[in-house]
Write a protein that binds this ligand. Sequence first.
Ligand code: LMR
Length: 398
Amino acid sequence: MFDHLNAMPEDPILGLMAAFRKDPREQKIDLGVGVYQNNQGQTPVMRAVQQAEDRLIAQQLTKTYQGIAGDADYNQRVLDLLLGADHEVQTEGRTCSIQTPGGSGALRIGAEVIRRANPDARLWVGVPTWPNHIPLLGSAGFQIEQYPYYDRDRHCINFDAMLDTLKQVPAGDIVLLHGCCHNPTGADLNRQQWQQITELAQEKGFIPFIDIAYQGLGDGLDEDAYGLRLMASHLPELVIASSCSKNFGLYRERTGSTSFVCNNSERPQIVLSQAMSIARQTYSMPPAHGALLVSMILGDEILESTWHDEVNEVRHRIQSMRTLLTDGIQNNATGQDFSHIKQQKGMFSFLGISNEQLASLREDYGIYIVDSTRINLAGINSGNIGYLCESILKVLAV
Ligand code: LMR
């Protein structure tokens, strides 16, 4: 039966990660997959995670099944992290959350619950967006529509065009937004823009689906949740997909959540039961380990404060690499402007070079960048910044 199958193309991001690993060159640099690296080029286990892990290993008594929704304490702590413990939608009992296998699992559960609630809803995604959004959400059955998001020439959000398109979105349709640290552009909505989109959603009746995978890596843990908290305050319904891959460094532990804000306090139980039935029909139960660690860290003052310090370190390091890179290549042969890199937020920005220049960086210099020219700033460190800037300046000069 497999004779009829054709090989699928490699994933554009994970395929690049595999190619990088195979490259024998010592000076190679990985600016591809969105994984944090420290100044030594390592993706460390965070200190808070390591301490929680030691404690968990010493304390755990069982590995029996946990349940379809995962760990109840984790689910509540994630809601507190996203919305704030005293947000009115929480005190009014209008929320629920289900632990999922990573942020991708969170997106899929959110999508399937929405499809059960309204099979006719279309999903509007920004151009560009995370390359896996469309395959992942499209295969949940959504008809995908697009709205303009980023202006590659001006290196900023094309907000007027975005608003113009969103004005045509009918009630009941879903609009996918990035909570912070936009992937792949690094261009985030400012507070006034969040306000305008919230007002438009109120007026038109579309429902935001917020993907927040980098909370804490942009401006800070609370600051990065500004948009979703604002929307939760003003809109009757909201779906949020979140991930602990980046801000807890729990990539391979697949630790995420789908959270729902409902329009009254009776709905969350029903929505959660739908999410649980979808989980049961697909993977049955989420992996436990990462969520137990997050729950332990957020439930312990000392571990939480260690974790806050680490998230701050990660954010500041990425920001300083943005500055070093911009300063290192701004003065180039063609006069190309890279100042947007310094201003943008989170792990990513577009470098904005040609396909030939991108290919030359990979082939001639061992510098791996996703085809869109998205660079992961966290792949830069004090040991490779010199070589990176030199190589970029050389390909720009050709
Ligand atoms: C990325 O965008 O590089 C990360 O979110 C990893 C992934 O799964 O694509």
